[in-house]
Design a binder for this molecule. Structure first.
Ligand code: GYE
Length: 322
């Protein structure tokens, strides 16, 4: 296992990091008490998935009695590195973070290791050959998600499929892996071809912009595979503006299954969604308590997930929590 992940949270610069703390501490170790303190470096607030994930982490920390110092990197690796350094300086008990991209973490993680602060990767992996830099990685199997998306397409194409792939953030584990799994699943199917592939940075605006351009450069696109719901929803806006019918003229497959995506799926504007579960908070807090106590934890904890068709989305929509 050469990959790692982790989550962290809120601010831009070091100066703002303390202000971003959850404020429920006071009796923490970091500030002289004995409450467990977690420094969490979140990717950003780019998508519905991320919003649900942040909420889950905050709520779970609270109910687990863990003081959370949260920072938001606004999808920039340099901000996450600053946040992690700040947590090391503050001598938190454990650092968790969700690396915006896979590579470039060894130096800062080595600093945490030298300071004897355990690191948990959550949601996204890092690509490093030194697995001693983190204790565990909690999150989804993104390659499997891509495979599920591709498999559905192989089973639901009527005629040649000309696929536009709207990728997540360049260099991010879910973008790399969701592409890999999808390609694997469609390999050898001569009637399915990815005709264009571009990054929409996991945002709705990004998905819309990419789709607007692709509809012009490749007017024959009849399938969109978007690496998350938000980009798929952005693509829907562009498709409608171009006078085409999303879900009918152009089939749409996405990943996440957040409420807005599930609504579009139930409405027939998206055709298939592979679930990616953002509710990692409880498992994360549980793992944090264990690693701080020095207990052994599995080096990989994979989230369980499913996938939804339009009919299935319509059934579960009203109970969807995020
Ligand atoms: O799919 C996307 C978000 O890392 C699994 O990040 C996460 C991805 C998720 O922006 O919506």
């Amino acid at each position: 296992m050469f990959k790692k992940i982790a989550m962290i949270g809120c601010a831009l610069a070091l100066a703002t990091l303390t202000a971003c703390g959850s404020g429920d501490g006071g009796g923490s170790k970091g500030s002289g008490g004995d409450k467990l303190v977690m420094g969490f470096a979140q990717v950003g607030a780019e998508s519905g998935w991320r919003t649900a994930n942040t909420k889950s982490v905050r709520e779970s920390a609270k109910s687990a009695g863990i003081e959370l110092k949260f920072s938001d990197a606004q999808q920039k690796q340099e901000n996450q590195i600053k946040a992690i350094r700040s947590y090391i300086q503050q001598k938190v008990d454990v650092i968790a973070f969700s690396p915006v991209v896979e590579t470039g973490w060894d130096a800062v993680l080595l600093e945490a290791k030298r300071a004897k602060i355990p690191v948990i990767l959550t949601d996204r992996a890092v690509d490093s050959s030194d697995t001693s830099l983190y204790k565990t990685f909690l999150g989804s199997d993104f390659v499997e998600e891509g495979r599920k998306a591709g498999k559905w397409l192989t089973e639901n194409t009527d005629g040649p499929a000309k696929v536009a792939e709207i990728q997540g953030t360049t260099g991010a584990a879910p973008a790399i892996d969701r592409q890999k799994g999808f390609k694997e699943a469609i390999a050898g199917k001569s009637d399915i071809r990815i005709v264009a592939s571009q990054s929409g940075d996991f945002t709705r605006a990004g998905g819309k912009q990419v789709m607007e351009a692709l509809l012009k450069s490749h007017p024959d696109i009849n399938v969109v595979y978007a690496h998350n719901d938000d980009m798929g929803l952005g693509a829907i806006e562009a498709i409608k503006a171009a006078g085409k019918k999303p879900g009918t003229d152009i089939k749409i497959i996405t990943v996440d299954a957040v409420k807005a995506g599930m609504q579009a799926l139930a409405d027939g504007e998206i055709n298939y969604i592979v679930e990616c579960n953002p509710l990692l908070g409880d498992q994360l807090m549980d793992l944090a308590k264990k690693v701080v106590k020095g207990e052994k934890v599995p080096e990989r904890v994979v989230t369980e997930e499913t996938a939804f068709t339009s009919e299935q989305a319509a059934k579960v929509l009203k109970d969807r929590k995020y």
